[in-house]
Ligand binder design. Structure first.
Ligand code: 6PG
Length: 229
């Protein structure tokens, strides 16, 4: 499948162009079917993008926002992706967007898979999915080190989400499955820095999908790489 590369000279140019592109897709989806669905990743990379997106005047009340993955912590925990999104994306113009959380009060993420799948149902397939990538080649919470990686990468897995437990990173997670990721209408991989570009290139050229899960995404759908140094 294709990897469309959008490389920028610096992060502020990236953020401006990328947020405007996303706004265009959101408007188009709303005009075609009344609502738009967007899943974003956590981590440190997307914060400036969230701020830029939230400052764009759009019919945000018609936008459903969820996550590519969530760490299994309370919504006010420092590591919570929901907290990051609430503080940086669901503000300004975007305060009226509808947020669909990926956590429950269950102690074990596995027990919540069914409930989260049901919650996400009306948003799927996603109009926009923005993925990140870790230096181990994980994307969403599809970690190469986790026991659940085969299931997460199985294109015949019949569910949109699965609970995962990385061994090289903290917290249980809830993640979109590869089977659901590849159904998304517009998949973006948003990464910054030389190191991550190298990791991506090596993943695609020298590794299996189980070793570097980002390869599974690139092999099975069109991915728009959005990169700046
Ligand atoms: C998470 C993520 C994850 C993230 C990468 C990159 O919650 O951990 O959604 O897949 O996108 O780990 O994270 P950074 O942007 O912090 O490098």
């Amino acid at each position: 499948m294709a990897l469309n590369k959008h490389e920028f000279q610096d992060n502020s140019t990236l953020v401006k162009a990328f947020s405007e592109q996303l706004a265009g897709i959101i408007k188009q989806a709303i005009s075609e079917k009344g609502r738009a669905s967007v899943a974003v990743s956590g981590g440190s990379t997307p914060k400036p993008l969230f701020e830029a997106l939230a400052s764009i005047d759009l019919p945000w009340s018609k936008v459903d926002i969820t996550l590519a993955d969530e760490r299994w912590v309370d919504a006010d925990h420092e590591a919570s992706n929901e907290k990051l999104v609430r503080e940086n994306l669901l503000v300004n113009h975007a305060a009226s967007a509808n947020f669909v959380s990926m956590t429950t009060s269950d102690t074990n993420a596995t027990d919540a898979q069914g409930a989260i799948e049901k919650r996400l149902e009306s948003l799927l397939p996603l109009d926009i999915l923005i993925l990140g990538m870790g230096e181990d080649g994980h994307t969403a919470s599809l970690f190469p080190c986790s026991e659940q990686i085969k299931t997460g990468l199985d294109l015949n897995y019949p569910h949109s989400v699965l609970a995962t437990q990385p061994t090289t990173a903290p917290h249980q997670r809830m993640s979109l499955s590869l089977a659901e990721i590849v159904k998304s209408r517009n998949v973006f991989l948003h990464i910054t820095g030389e190191k991550k570009r190298e990791v991506l290139e090596q993943a695609l050229q020298q590794h299996t999908a189980l070793e570097k899960p980002i390869k599974a995404v690139c092999d099975n759908c069109t991915v728009n790489l959005v990169w700046a140094p």
